[in-house]
Design a protein around this ligand. Structure first.
Ligand code: NAD
Ligand code: WQD
Length: 349
């Protein structure tokens, strides 16, 4: 990449959502720089992205908390937008190690913004989460609702960053910031070459079901069947990761002619229960998914789905892939990579 060519910086670009974002950007003709400290990723994801795209992103192994590293990166590349995925995301871990989460997610984002301002880069897309709405919201959840009280430090870190970015945009009109509140991202690229590769026991439903179907785990624990939902199990708005990253492309385009901080939900507007997901996965994979019902998981809400109208009206974006695609793509990735990126014959990072 020539030093004058405008590029998009993707922090956390080696991770699950980031790697799909990088592929989509390369396919759309953008030059891409990835910054990732590989805390929860392998560079193998980016090698595969490069093969799929026929062109590679620039890769900087580094940390968003490292100001010197950021300054050197912004001096080397002409960055037009920052898509900021880097952060820690395990809810249970955040309860046990809150300072690590606040340092990575809050201090890391603060440092990134300082470096951006020094470099004169003011367009930022932030990976927020529906968790900032907290409990007890009327459904579907729209962006006009006040944010609530997240039930864990991970969620609080997302809300703190949102508040910080709102303040920043209010203080200086050069900033143009998208706060994208993701519902439940699932699925993988249709090639089966990149996907979600959780460390150890998956916290999230779909990766767990996939590992049961492929025989890595014996049975799914269904966390509660006594919620006030149609079948008693929790209901969520699952969204295909490719729809999600396409929402970022749409936001990037809109930021060019917008100032301030804007909030958009990225969801489908449809909810599915845990048992719906089990059944749909059995159908997509042709494998049984045994499960047992266990007590509710602390901090879980009964149901949650998005009102995606604002993203449609303002970004011209809506999710187009249905549950069958989400789960067929998850299964293709899981079957081809039963051990994720760390399987046999695959280079370690
Ligand atoms: P992920 O863990 O796969 O990706 C995050 C990436 O950031 C990893 O590659 C990791 O190595 C990197 N990273 C972490 N700390 C870093 C640091 N200090 N400096 C540089 N790199 C660092 O997670 P993901 O699922 O791809 O999530 C991406 C973003 O979206 C995160 O901010 C997450 O909180 C947010 N989000 C995810 C979900 C979800 O369900 N996956 C839902 C809502 C929001
Ligand atoms: C979905 C449903 C569980 C696992 C979490 C974070 C949120 C966001 C996305 C990042 C719920 C049930 C789950 C299992 C189960 N992350 N379940 N057995 O809880 O909506 O959101 O991930 O921002 O912040 O809180 O997603 O996939 O963990 O759970 O029965 O082994 O599946 O109770 O109803 P959740 P999830």
């Amino acid at each position: 990449m020539s030093s004058k060519e405008k590029a998009v910086l993707v922090t956390g670009g080696a991770g699950y959502i980031g790697s799909h974002m990088v592929l989509t950007l390369l396919e759309a003709g953008y030059a891409v720089v990835v910054l990732d400290n590989l805390a929860n990723a392998s560079q193998e994801s980016l090698r595969r992205v490069a093969k799929l795209a026929g062109t590679a992103p620039e890769f900087v192994e580094g940390d968003i908390r490292d100001r010197q590293c950021l300054d050197a990166l912004f001096a080397q590349y002409a960055i037009s937008h920052v898509l900021h995925f880097a952060g820690l995301k395990a809810v249970g871990e955040s309860v046990a190690e809150p300072l690590r989460y606040y340092e990575n997610n809050v201090f890391g984002t603060l440092t990134l913004c300082q470096a951006m301002a020094t470099a004169g880069v003011y367009r930022l897309v932030f990976s927020s989460s529906a968790t900032v709405y907290g409990n007890g919201q009327p459904l579907p959840i729209h962006e006009g609702l006040p944010t609530g009280r997240p039930t864990n430090p991970y969620g609080t870190s997302k809300l703190m960053v949102e508040n910080m970015l709102q303040d920043l945009a209010r203080a200086d009109e050069r900033w143009s910031i998208a706060l994208l509140r993701y519902f439940n991202p699932v699925g993988a690229h249709a090639s089966g070459r990149i996907g979600e590769d959780p460390n150890g026991k998956p916290n999230n439903l779909v990766p767990f079901i996939a590992q049961v179907a492929v025989g890595r785990r014996e049975a799914l624990s269904v966390f509660g069947n006594d919620y006030p939902t149609p079948d008693g199990t929790g209901v969520r708005d699952y969204i295909h990761v490719l729809d999600l990253v396409e929402g970022h492309l749409a936001a990037m385009n809109v930021l060019v002619s917008r100032s301030g901080a804007s909030v958009w939900n990225l969801g489908t507007g449809r909810g599915y229960s845990v048992l719906d997901m089990v059944q749909a996965f059995e159908h997509a994979s042709g494998q049984p998914v045994p499960y047992r019902v266990e007590p509710r998981r602390e901090g879980d809400i009964a149901e949650c789905w998005a009102d995606p109208a604002r993203a449609y009206q303002e970004l011209g974006w809506q999710a187009s892939r249905g549950l069958d695609d989400m789960l067929a793509d998850t299964w293709r990735w899981q079957l081809a990579n039963p051990e994720g990126y760390a399987g046999p014959n695959k280079p370690a990072h």
